[in-house]
Design a protein. Structure first.
Length: 95
């Protein structure tokens, strides 16, 4: 499985047209303060449930602060069997 980077414009289109699972890998306080609508906060405690409960064929959009940490998270999620994983270029900062 693989993952790819996605621009904010293409991510907005993906959200509008295909309803991906949206994953926020920032810290809990940042997620609580502001996040992309419908994003779930993912950390070491919640990741197993996400992997187990999310259909592997559903697209997954991962974001962090600036688009760096989300790349590692996207790669890991792809390795867990998700067929279509994206990392948001520029992260929440540019969203």
């Amino acid at each position: 499985m693989s993952w790819q980077r996605i621009s904010p414009l293409d991510a907005a289109t993906l959200i509008a047209e295909r309803a991906p699972a949206i994953v926020d890998v920032r810290d809990p306080a940042s997620h609580a303060a502001a996040h992309i609508p419908d994003a779930v906060f993912l950390d070491n405690q919640s990741v197993r449930d996400f992997v187990d409960d999310t259909p592997k064929e559903r697209p997954v959009l991962v974001y962090c602060y600036h688009g760096h940490s989300s790349q590692s998270a996207a790669a890991w999620l792809a390795s867990q069997g998700f067929a279509e994983v994206y990392s948001l270029d520029g992260g929440f900062e540019v969203w």
